[in-house]
Design a protein around this ligand. Structure first.
Ligand SMILES: Nc1nc2c(ncn2[C@@H]2O[C@H](COP(=O)(O)OP(=O)(O)OP(=O)(O)O)[C@@H](O)[C@H]2O)c(=O)[nH]1
Ligand SMILES: [Mg+2]
Ligand SMILES: [Zn+2]
Length: 335
């Protein structure tokens, strides 16, 4: 009698899936599959597998995929670290209950990506895709509010066309009435102050996320996982303390994870970043990501607002220093 897939040994299962995936590799030499053919969303990426959620059944099998076959579905000039990311819509075939195979991936409507640091330096690393909202999490203190990183994430949101929401956590640690994020409110960016620890502002935040595909991003230790633990009953992500002397987080979350919400939402916890570099932005195009610069008289010229043009009055703008730092880092990277 033929054994059921779930009863096979690990070795037999792998052999079975490998045979199937070779077949897929030979037959799916097409580009992206149409979105109507997809049946699952990518929840998490492991080195050799991905975890998906099947739409109809809610099953969450681990699937293998052929890197080479999926690369063909992606734009060739975009050599990301992985051909798939959290939020990707895929077509999968499930064997038994726990294993499956990715047969194809749909074109993304948008994606949040950064230039990968370290060993993979220079490669584009896609953090998440198909998003409605980017929650840029920052904190009042421990770690200190970081406008530099907020600006970088805002640039990424403009570049990808994903609406940003600035969420300042740890309001319970507030020591003064100074609002370092007021500048962002004046630029029209929605801001919300919350405390995961003291359950402040969480209902308001939840209402803003309702039924949306959302990525939580920011420095390590600002409380992304703590917030999601409070907002999503079924989630119990690991949280880590903040180093008291440096005020920095300990990079507790190590891989992105998509949480499916019963109302149709999909909220993604991501690992905290130290820095955030982008691809596709140059010293010439950077100013386009600072909308307030458009009002400057020197913006009609080719002024790079870098102190060279004596008529440049960009120094009066609040985000001038931040702009200078990013400009300098882009020049550095181009060297
Ligand atoms: N005082 C205070 N502490 C908080 C709050 N939210 C989170 N924390 C603490 O901040 C620390 C870091 O929280 P995490 O949720 O692990 O932070 P994270 O942003 O997920 O960090 P990474 O996974 O490293 O990126 C933990 O010690 C939390 O208990 C808050 O609202 N107030
Ligand atoms: Mg975390
Ligand atoms: Zn200028």
């Amino acid at each position: 009698m033929k054994k059921k897939f779930d009863d096979l040994s690990n070795r037999e299962r792998n052999r079975f899936i490998s045979k199937k995936s070779k077949k897929v590799n030979n037959t799916t030499r097409t580009l992206h599959i149409p979105i109507e053919e997809t049946n699952a969303t990518v929840l998490e990426i492991y080195p050799k597998f991905i975890k998906v959620r099947i739409d109809n059944t809610g099953q969450t099998p681990l699937c293998t995929y052929r890197r080479a076959a999926l690369w063909q579905s992606r734009d060739l000039d975009q050599r990301d670290r992985s051909p798939l990311c959290c939020g990707d819509r895929v077509k999968t075939k499930v064997f038994g209950t726990k294993d499956g195979l990715v047969e194809g991936v749909a074109k993304r409507r948008n994606q949040l990506s950064r230039v990968a640091p370290g060993r993979d330096g220079g490669l584009e690393h896609v953090i998440a895709a198909n998003l409605d909202l980017m929650v840029i999490v920052s904190s009042f203190s421990e770690p200190e509010f970081s406008p530099g990183l907020v600006d970088r994430f805002l640039i990424a949101s403009l570049k990808s066309g994903i609406t940003p929401l600035l969420c300042i956590n740890k309001v319970d640690l507030k020591k003064s009435e100074v609002k370092p994020w007021a500048i962002y409110e004046s630029l029209g960016i929605q801001c919300i102050t919350v405390s995961a620890k003291k359950h402040l502002g969480l209902e308001e935040l939840k209402a803003l996320l309702k039924s949306k595909a959302v990525v939580f991003c920011g420095h390590s230790g600002v409380g992304k996982t703590s917030l999601l633990n409070q907002l999503v009953e079924s989630y119990s992500g690991k949280t880590g303390s903040v180093n008291k002397s440096t005020g920095k987080g300990k990079h507790t979350t190590s891989s992105s994870q998509l949480l499916t919400i019963p109302d149709g939402g999909a909220w993604i916890d991501t690992p905290g970043v130290r820095a955030f570099s982008f691809s596709g932005i140059t010293e010439i195009t950077l100013k386009n990501y600072f909308p307030e610069f458009e009002k400057l008289p020197c913006s009609n010229t080719n002024c790079l607002h870098d102190g060279v043009d004596p008529l440049c009055n960009a120094t009066e703008l609040f985000r001038y220093d931040s702009y200078q730092r990013i400009l300098e880092s882009l020049r550095e990277e181009a060297r």
